[in-house]
Ligand binder design. Structure first.
Ligand code: ATP
Ligand code: RIB
Length: 309
């Protein structure tokens, strides 16, 4: 079983369903429903790794509050290794306001809370688990993510980055050699100024990223259009699966990148790994919630059998 050290964020999501988001200055009343559900880009990927059959050691920071306690219990139920989850005495657990419109799309604002207190000391301790791979996201301080990447690099541990959320201010140059760097469309635009629409713009954006960071593969997630992969010489577009329904796209990207990473570690083949991630994500978009929408390994297997490779 592959052991993955995931260093990333944990949030409680407050999801609100609405026909549409309000215009500036407008108040809307919409009884579409609300729910508090486990979220956070790091945590959603940790849940995905555990459900898809990895030994996932999750290094994160929660607040000393009811949300933190609920999330901790949930991670245990999901089979995540919680021995490197820390609790901050002062900052509250991260909270994300997820505004979900009728077509299943979402807009998210994150109050990072305890995620901002994840320290270098916390991550150094976590490396004691001797992982096969390290998986990082940017909902924690960027400097902490860079420190984690540098420790992994010194130990020859492959590094996978789900490059969300993005900021053009991030010094991507300071990252060591990565196995995979994976932003979505809007993150790619933020990093490069190029919106990846067709093959040509995807290639331009990937080229631009290669001028700023060293990686074996850049994988650009393109929603229902699939994902684009570039290794500096060759590129390909790997199609998405047609989901049974589009109910809630929250955590599609987190599920895709985790599924792709795990399958890549198993097979060494990036394209089949992306297709596996796409199958896991297509199931996730057909269900409500973030972490709760992630499928198990058996569900992905059945889905691929039903829909074909
Ligand atoms: P999110 O922020 O919602 O978690 P993201 O923007 O990071 O997601 P996307 O590019 O939307 O990531 O999606 C990642 C992958 O999930 C896609 O490459 C695709 O395989 C799958 N996916 C997302 N949305 C759909 C959809 N509507 N239909 C089929 N597959 C989808
Ligand atoms: O990618 C989806 C996640 O982004 C949500 O669960 C929310 O917590 C934000 O971090």
């Amino acid at each position: 079983m592959k052991k993955i050290l995931l260093i990333g964020s944990a949030n409680m999501d407050l999801s609100m369903n609405m026909l549409r988001v309000p215009e500036p200055g407008e108040t809307l009343i919409d009884d579409g429903g609300i729910a508090y559900t486990p979220g956070g880009k790091g945590a959603n990927s940790a849940v995905a790794f555990a459900k898809l059959g990895a030994d996932c050691v999750f290094c994160t920071k929660l607040g000393k509050d009811a949300h933190g306690q609920k999330l901790f219990n949930y991670y245990k139920e999901c089979g995540i290794n919680t021995s490197h989850i820390k609790v901050d005495a002062e900052a509250p657990t991260g909270l994300a306001l997820v505004m979900k419109e009728a077509d299943g799309s979402n807009r998210i604002v994150v109050y990072p809370g305890a995620n901002t207190t994840l320290s270098n000391e916390n991550i150094i301790e976590a490396f004691a688990c001797n992982p096969d791979a390290v998986y990082l996201g940017f909902e924690i301080p960027f400097a902490t993510a860079v420190a984690a990447a540098k420790i992994a690099s010194a130990k020859n541990i492959p590094i996978f980055i789900d490059a969300a959320p993005a900021s053009k201010e991030y010094p991507l140059e300071s990252l060591p050699y990565l196995e995979v760097f994976s932003p979505n469309e809007t993150e790619t635009f933020e990093y490069t100024g190029i919106m990846p629409r067709g093959t040509e713009s995807c290639l331009k954006a990937a080229h631009s990223l290669f001028t700023r960071l060293k990686a074996k593969y850049i994988v650009i997630k393109l929603g229902s259009r699939g994902a684009f992969v570039y290794d500096g010489k060759h590129y390909d577009l790997v199609a998405a699966y047609k989901p049974d329904a589009v109910v809630d796209t929250t955590a599609a990207g987190d599920t895709f990148t985790a599924g792709m990473t795990l399958e890549y570690l198993r097979s060494g083949n990036i394209k089949s790994a992306m297709r596996y991630g796409a199958a896991a994500a297509a199931i996730a978009v057909s269900r409500k919630g973030a972490g709760a929408s992630v499928p198990t390994e058996a569900e992905v297997f059945d889905f691929i059998k039903r829909k074909g490779n």
